[in-house]
Design a protein around this ligand. Structure first.
Ligand code: GLC
Length: 603
C-alpha cells in the first residue's frame, strides 16, 4: 500500500485546548471508558456514569418506550444525565442509525433510501434531507448518526445495495459530502449531529459466496441467519489501484467536508479484516487523507477479527479503531483493554490518540463546553420535512420505459393492483421502525395509491392480486421486494416472484395501457414483463411520502431521475458483466425525461 508511512497517531492535528487539559486529568480506566460504545439495553444510566462510558447507541430497531419522539427524548436524556454523574462529567454522545430520516422513531419523516437519492444526482436536495434528518434526530437528544453510507455497490445481489448512492464513485463522493454538510450543519453545537462516513473501505466490492460461516466459523450467531449472508461482510479481492480509484474517493470527499467520524467495514480486503488494517485505517485514512475525527468499529465487528477476543481487541485498536461498538459486554471490553495496556500490547500513546480524537469530536459538538440549542420535538415529522421528502420521491423516480403510456389523465378509467401500491412498510424498506423493516402501516405516511387518487381526483379500484374482469383504459401495477437489511437481503436470484408476474398478467389482459411501478432497493430482473409493459417506473424505496409517485404517473411533476446503477435483465448479466446476452442492461444514467407538466386544472 503506497501513501504516507508515518504513523498518523503520533501526529495529532488538534491545537492544545480543553481536550488536552481534560485528557491530562483522566485515569486509564476513564480513557478506556471513552473508547467504549454500548447498546442502551445492555447498560443503565447509572452504569454509564460509573464506567465513564463515551457513547451509548440504539442499534437497528432499538427504540425507547413506545417508540415515539417524546419517549426517545426521555430515554436518551436519561443516559446523558447518567454520564454527567461520572467523576469528570464528560457527556456521552448518543448514536443511532438515522439513515433515511430518524427512521427508528414512530412518526418521523422517512426519506427515500440512498439509491433513490442517487437517481436525483442533486447534492442540494441530499444536503437539505440530511439537515432535516439532523433536526429530527437532535430533537430526540441523539447527536450522532451512523450516516452517510458511502458504499459503491457493484453487485445488486448484495443486501445493502439500497444504502449506496450509486455504483459511480463520483456520484457517491458528491452526494456523500453533501450529506455530511447537511448532518453536521454550519453550527455543529447548535443543531448539528456528528456524521459517520461508513463503512471504510471497499464495501460493495465483496465477492459472492465469500461471507458468512466461511469467514468466522467460531461465531455461532451465524446459525440463525439462514442461507443469506453470502456477500455482505465478505471478502474484497480488488488490487490496490482499483480499491483506491473506486472506493476511496467518497471518503476523501467526506473528510474534506469535515466528517467527524468514520465507521470501519466488516469486510476483509484480501482476507485481512478491515477492522485490523493499520495501513488503511491509520496510514491512509488518518495519514494520507488527513482524517482528524475518530474511527468507530461496527457492531461486534472486533469479535470477527480473531477467535481470541484479547487478540481481536489488540489488533483493532492498534490498527486505528478509536471507539469500539462493543455493544454488550462493556465490562469485559474495558478490562481487556486495561490488561493489554498494562502488558504494553496497546501503548498509552495509542489510547491517548484515540481519546483525544473522541474528545475533539465531542468538543466540536459543544458537549464539553455545554453549548447547544434545544431542538423542539415538533420538528419530528413536521409538514416542511414531509414536503421535502415528497419532492425527493418525485426527483428519484426513474422512467425506465415509456411507450406513450404516461401520463395518466384525469377522467381516464384506471385500475390498480399490487400490494406495494398501498403499503407504507414496503415503501420504506429496511432500517424503518425495526432493523429489517416491516409491511403494512408501520408508521405515519402516504402510499403511492393515495397519491394517484389525489392527483386524479378519483377513487381508483385497487386489488392486491389484480383479480377482476372489468376492463379499463389504464392499469397501474406495482411489483416489489419485501423489506430486508444487511446480509439478510443477499439474494442469489433477483427475478420477479411468479405471483407478482401473475398479478401483472391479470391486469394486462384487461387494460389498454399498463404502467408498472417497481418498489425495490435495487434493480430486479423484469424480463417476464419487460416487453408487455407499456411503461416502467422505478420508485426505489420512496419512504413515508410515497404519494409523490402519483405526481410522476399523472404528469403533475416533471421527471428526470437517472439510473444510479446499471439495471440487468437476466441473472446471467448480474453474475457476469461481460456477457453479451440481449437485451443489454439499462446503463447508469438511463432514464426518460418527462417535461410535460399538467396542472391540476388542465388535463
Ligand atoms: C450494523 C451496520 C452498521 C450500523 C451498526 C449499528 O450492523 O453494519 O451500518 O451502523 O450495525 O446499528
Amino acid at each position: 500500500m503506497s501513501g504516507r508511512s508515518a504513523d498518523a497517531t503520533s501526529d495529532h492535528r488538534f491545537p492544545p485546548s480543553d481536550v488536552d487539559r481534560l485528557l491530562g486529568q483522566m485515569t486509564l480506566r476513564e480513557k478506556i471508558g471513552q473508547m467504549t460504545q454500548v447498546e442502551f439495553g445492555s447498560i443503565t444510566p447509572d452504569q454509564v456514569g460509573e464506567w465513564a462510558i463515551g457513547s451509548v447507541l440504539s442499534g437497528g430497531g432499538g427504540n425507547h418506550g413506545d417508540g415515539s419522539a417524546a419517549d426517545w427524548r426521555a430515554g436518551v436524556d436519561a443516559y446523558v444525565e447518567g454520564s454527567l454523574q461520572s467523576r469528570l462529567g464528560i457527556p456521552i454522545v448518543y448514536g443511532t442509525d438515522a439513515v433515511h430520516g430518524h427512521n427508528n422513531v414512530l412518526g418521523a419523516t422517512i426519506f427515500p433510501h440512498h439509491i433513490g437519492l442517487g437517481a436525483t444526482r442533486d447534492p442540494h436536495l441530499v444536503e437539505a434531507i440530511a439537515r432535516a434528518s439532523a433536526l429530527e434526530t437532535a430533537a430526540t437528544g441523539a447527536r450522532w448518526s451512523f450516516a452517510p453510507c458511502l458504499a459503491v455497490p457493484q453487485d445488486p445481489r448484495w443486501g445493502r445495495t439500497y444504502e449506496g448512492f450509486s455504483e459511480d464513485p463520483s456520484v457517491v463522493s458528491e452526494l456523500g459530502a453533501a450529506a455530511v454538510r447537511g448532518w453536521q450543519g454550519t453550527d455543529l453545537p447548535a443543531s448539528g449531529v456528528l456524521a459517520c462516513a461508513k463503512h471504510f473501505v471497499g464495501e460493495g466490492a465483496m465477492e459472492w459466496g465469500s461471507a458468512g460461516r466461511a469467514r468466522h466459523p467460531w461465531i455461532d450467531w451465524w446459525d440463525g441467519w439462514g442461507e443469506e449472508w453470502q456477500i455482505d461482510q465478505g471478502n474484497i479481492s480488488l488490487d490496490e489501484a482499483a480499491l483506491r480509484s473506486t472506493h476511496l474517493p467518497p471518503f476523501a470527499a467526506a473528510v474534506a467536508a469535515g466528517v467527524a467520524t468514520v465507521m470501519a467495514c466488516y469486510a476483509t480486503w484480501r482476507h485481512v479484516p478491515l477492522h485490523a488494517h493499520h495501513q488503511l485505517l491509520t496510514n491512509v485514512l488518518k495519514g494520507e487523507l488527513g482524517f482528524d475525527g475518530f474511527v468507530v468499529s461496527d457492531w461486534m465487528a472486533v469479535n470477527q477479527i480473531d477467535a481470541d477476543f484479547e487478540v481481536a481487541v489488540e489488533r483493532s485498536i492498534n490498527a486505528g479503531v478509536d471507539m469500539v461498538m462493543v455493544p454488550f459486554d462493556f465490562r469485559g471490553f474495558i478490562e481487556t483493554v486495561e490488561r493489554l495496556v498494562v502488558e504494553g500490547r496497546i501503548s498509552v500513546q495509542r489510547v491517548d490518540d484515540a481519546v483525544r480524537r473522541i474528545l475533539h469530536a465531542k468538543d466540536r459538538l459543544g458537549l464539553l463546553s455545554g453549548q447547544g440549542d434545544e431542538v423542539p420535538l415538533d420538528v419530528v415529522g413536521c409538514a416542511a420535512h414531509r414536503a421535502l421528502a415528497r419532492r425527493a420521491v418525485v426527483a428519484s423516480a426513474v422512467v425506465l420505459k415509456d411507450d406513450g403510456a404516461l401520463p395518466i389523465r384525469p377522467g381516464e378509467d384506471v385500475v390498480a393492483a399490487g400490494v406495494a401500491l398501498d403499503d407504507i412498510g414496503l415503501s420504506c424498506g429496511g432500517w424503518t421502525i425495526s432493523w429489517d423493516g416491516g409491511v403494512g402501516p408501520i408508521t405515519d405516511g402516504r402510499t403511492i395509491l393515495d397519491g394517484l387518487r389525489t392527483a386524479l381526483g378519483a377513487s381508483i379500484p385497487h386489488t392486491a392480486d389484480g383479480s377482476g374482469s372489468v376492463r379499463a383504459t389504464v392499469g397501474v401495477v406495482a411489483v416489489h421486494e419485501f423489506p430486508y437489511v444487511e446480509g439478510g437481503g443477499d439474494r442469489a436470484n433477483l427475478n420477479l416472484p411468479d405471483d407478482q408476474v401473475e398479478v401483472f398478467r391479470r391486469v394486462r389482459a384487461r387494460v389498454d395501457r399498463l404502467i408498472v411501478v417497481v418498489v425495490s432497493g435495487r434493480p430486479v430482473v423484469l424480463a417476464p414483463i419487460l416487453e408487455d409493459a407499456d411503461a416502467i417506473v422505478a420508485a426505489w424505496l420512496p419512504g413515508s411520502e410515497a404519494d409523490g409517485v402519483g405526481d410522476v404517473l399523472t404528469g403533475l411533476a416533471e421527471v428526470g431521475g437517472r439510473l444510479p446503477v446499471r439495471w440487468q435483465h437476466t441473472m446471467e448479466q448480474v453474475r457476469d458483466n461481460h456477457t453479451t446476452e440481449l437485451p443489454e442492461p439499462w446503463p447508469v444514467g438511463h432514464g426518460r425525461t418527462i417535461t410535460h407538466r399538467r396542472t391540476k386544472e388542465t388535463s
